[in-house]
Design a protein around this ligand. Structure first.
Ligand code: ATP
Ligand code: MG
Length: 301
């Protein structure tokens, strides 16, 4: 497929799930089992083929991004456990040059993290120009797990006066401003919520218990979090309503079918990179002369 056609296709596949204005967003409008027009059995191989092409296109875009050394790309992944974050990251980035890519996972904050403002640990991990940075979880945990379990907030050593009822609104505003700041500095931000259903999560947890190769992935705490499912969904919905913007959109990606999740994520990244109109840097006259002189010298010996 020609690059132009691929970009057009990437748009068709990713735009149905892209949220640029949060106001009217409702989580119930996106079905975790959706696979667009790809019929599951019939089209899965075709979707996988599309993914392979997408991976090749991504590698080419990334090469230009690196050579140009102007833009940086930040991809944020958020999801409930077993929604397939790790797999999506692995597959989508499988073709790219490791030198142009950085992945960070954000777990429970350390005591050093808790001694700082909530963006601090993520700011330290922002991608360099020319690079794609991936956050496996991020500062968005600050309005998700921290909101669902208030005990985390208590541990954050905030002055009591600032622990107002409005603290989540404050955080949404801070996040919006932070992402706008990044955008204005040449860091492109794209955010992915892998939307898995509670039923499919249960199936995947059971598989982790039944399959010895997957046992290591299972933590009983993950299963315990299911009791808070509705609270999480409410927190996700409001987070998206409050932080989806034109410049840093959320993609709410159906995640009950892993192959489809990967196709949509890959397509969204291709769309984002295509928008940058990347090109290899052009050399100036001086550089051209330098190249010609080098050629002459090489040919002599
Ligand atoms: P895996 O796919 O391996 O399970 P994971 O991202 O779920 O990956 P875990 O070590 O299982 O990694 O979990 C990390 C935990 O850290 C999550 O439960 C997450 O909610 C929690 N966490 C992340 N950021 C924060 C934060 N700022 N405050 C409190 N908890 C956080
Ligand atoms: Mg986990």
């Amino acid at each position: 497929m020609k690059t132009k056609k691929l970009i057009k296709r990437a748009r068709q596949v990713s735009h149905p799930f892209r949220i640029t204005k949060g106001k009217d967003f409702r989580l119930k409008d996106i079905d975790p089992d959706d696979t667009l027009e790809f019929n599951k059995d019939e089209h899965k191989p075709r979707a996988e083929e599309a993914l392979a092409m997408g991976v090749a296109a991504l590698a080419e875009f990334q090469d230009k991004l690196y050579a140009q050394d102007k833009w940086a790309v930040l991809l944020i992944f958020q999801a409930m456990d077993a929604a397939g974050k790790d797999g999506a990251i692995k597959h989508v980035m499988s073709g790219v040059n490791p030198q142009g890519c950085q992945v960070y996972s954000f777990k429970s904050p350390s005591s050093e993290d808790l001694d700082h403002d909530f963006l601090w640990r993520c700011m330290k991990c922002l991608p360099n120009r020319g690079q794609i940075g991936i956050f496996n979880r991020s500062y968005y945990e600050e309005v998700l797990v921290v909101r669902v379990h208030r005990a985390f907030l208590e541990k954050q050593k905030l002055p009591p006066k600032l622990m107002r009822k409005n603290i989540w609104k404050d955080r949404f505003e801070d996040i919006r401003n932070f992402e706008q700041y990044l955008t204005r500095n040449g860091v492109i931000v794209r955010k992915f919520f892998l939307h898995v259903s509670k039923k499919e999560q249960k199936r995947r947890f059971l598989e982790r218990i039944d399959n010895p190769v997957k046992n290591w992935k299972f933590s009983s705490n993950d299963a315990a979090e299911r009791d808070y499912w509705d609270d999480y969904m409410k927190a996700y919905e409001e987070m998206i309503q409050e932080t989806a913007t034109k410049d840093s959109p959320w993609y709410v990606v159906p995640a009950d079918n892993k192959w489809f999740t990967r196709v949509v994520v890959g397509a969204a990244i291709i769309d984002a990179l295509a928008e940058l109109k990347l090109a290899y840097p052009k050399v100036d006259d001086r550089k051209l002369k330098e190249l010609a002189a080098a050629r002459q010298k090489l040919e002599k010996k």
